[in-house]
Ligand binder design. Structure first.
Ligand code: PHE
Length: 343
C-alpha cells in the first residue's frame, strides 16, 4: 500500500475514535480543532499530499477529498445530536437534548377546494373576467323568478331547494343567481365570474352532497354568439387543466335561463385512450351553458334588442374530485385529517 494511502486509513480510524470520545459540546469543539484545526490531522495530510508526485496526486486526490467531506458530515451530525435544547447560543452548553421538549406544531396546507378556487380565479382573471360574489342565502327572485323560472315552472323541481322559514327565501341552488345581481350593478358590456357554494336538498351519496362549489360565467356585449361561448369555455378549460390540446363537444340541452341551451363535454384530461374517470368514453361532462334568455336580460334591466350574452356554469367540486380521483364527495368536508393530509 502507498504510504499516503496508509496514512489516510490511519487518520480515518483516529478521527472516528476521537469523535466517539467527545461526550459534550465542549469536548466536541476540542476534537474538531484536533481534526480540522490549523495544525490538525487533516492539515498534516494536506501538507503530505502536496509532496506527492503528479500521478499520485491524481490517484489520491479524489479519495482524499471524499475523506474530508465525510469528516465534515460526521462532525455536523455529531453537533446536531448533542445540540442543546435550552435554546442558548453557547457552543459549550452541556445541557443534553431533551427529546420530550416542545416542538413546533406541524404546518398545515390548503384544503383541495381552496386550492382549486385560487387556481380557477387565476385563470378567470387572466381571461378578463371580473370576479364577483353573491349571497348564499338568496331570495326566490334572484334564484328562480328573474332567471325565467316562474313558480309553477317544472324546472324548479330540477333543483331541490332548501326553503327558509322566511317567505321567498332559500339557500341558492346555483350560482346563476349572481347573474341578475351583476346585471343590476354593472352596465354592459360586462364579463363576470362567480365561484361559490350552492345547496341542494337531496339525499347524499358518494356523488351527491347537499352542498358543493359551482362557478358561473356571464358575458354581455353587443354581438355575442354561440361561437364566443364555445371559444371562451374551451380556452378556460384548456387553461384550467393546463393542456392546449383539450377539445370540447356540445350537446343541445335545456335550462330556462338560456336559449339555446347546451351542455359542454371536454376530452378527458386524464387519458388518451379511455380511463375509469371518463368511463372509457374519452369525454367528460363539464358544464351547462347557452345564450342568455331575453327575459333574463330584461329582469336584469338590460335591453335584449341591443345586447346579447352568454352564460355557463359548472361544478367545481366535481372537477376537484375528477382531478384527484376522490371517490366520495363527502370526504371533502368530513374534516378527516388523514384525507386532508394527502393534499
Ligand atoms: N345553473 C345551471 C346548473 O346549476 C348551470 C348553467 C349555468 C346552465 C349557466 C346554463 C347557463 O345546472
Amino acid at each position: 500500500m502507498h504510504a499516503f494511502e496508509e496514512k489516510l486509513k490511519k487518520t480515518q480510524i483516529t478521527v472516528i475514535s476521537l469523535l466517539e470520545s467527545a461526550k459534550s459540546p465542549q469536548e466536541l469543539a476540542e476534537v474538531e480543532s484536533q481534526i480540522l484545526g490549523k495544525q490538525g490531522l487533516v492539515a498534516q495530510l494536506i501538507n503530505e499530499f502536496k509532496t506527492l508526485s503528479g500521478t499520485d496526486k491524481k490517484q489520491f486526490g479524489s479519495p482524499f477529498n471524499q475523506f474530508r467531506e465525510e469528516i465534515r458530515a460526521r462532525i455536523a451530525e455529531k453537533k446536531q445530536q448533542g445540540s442543546p435544547s435550552c435554546g442558548c447560543d453557547n457552543a459549550s452548553c452541556s445541557i443534553p437534548l431533551d427529546v420530550t421538549a416542545y416542538r413546533a406544531a406541524p404546518i398545515g396546507s390548503l384544503h383541495p377546494e381552496t386550492h382549486a378556487i385560487y387556481e380557477l380565479e387565476d385563470v378567470l382573471t387572466s381571461m378578463g373576467f371580473a370576479l364577483v360574489e353573491g349571497p348564499e342565502l338568496e331570495t326566490e327572485f334572484y334564484n328562480f323568478d328573474a332567471l325565467n323560472i316562474p313558480p309553477t315552472h317544472p324546472a324548479r323541481d330540477m333543483q331541490d331547494t332548501f326553503w327558509l322559514p322566511q317567505p321567498h327565501h332559500l339557500l341558492r341552488t346555483h350560482t346563476s343567481s349572481v347573474q341578475i345581481r351583476a346585471m343590476q350593478k354593472q352596465r354592459p358590456p360586462l364579463s363576470i365570474a362567480a365561484i361559490g357554494r350552492v345547496y341542494r336538498c337531496e339525499a347524499t351519496d358518494a356523488s351527491h352532497d347537499y352542498t358543493f362549489l359551482q362557478c358561473e360565467g356571464l358575458v354581455i356585449d353587443k354581438k355575442n354568439s354561440l361561437a364566443n361561448l364555445f371559444a371562451t369555455t374551451k380556452l378556460l378549460l384548456q387553461k384550467l387543466f393546463k393542456n392546449d390540446n383539450l377539445q370540447i363537444r356540445v350537446r343541445p340541452s335545456y335550462f330556462p335561463f338560456v336559449e339555446p341551451g347546451v351542455e359542454i363535454d371536454l376530452t378527458c384530461p386524464f387519458c388518451t385512450s379511455g380511463c375509469p374517470t371518463c368511463k372509457k368514453s374519452r369525454w367528460i361532462e363539464i358544464c351547462g351553458a347557452g345564450l342568455v334568455h331575453p327575459n333574463v336580460l330584461k329582469a336584469g334591466g338590460i335591453n335584449p334588442q341591443e345586447w346579447s350574452g352568454f352564460a355557463f356554469g359548472f361544478g367545481l367540486t366535481r372537477l376537484i374530485m375528477l382531478k384527484y380521483g376522490i371517490d366520495d364527495i363527502r370526504h371533502l368536508h368530513n374534516a378527516k385529517i388523514e384525507f386532508l393530509q394527502q393534499f
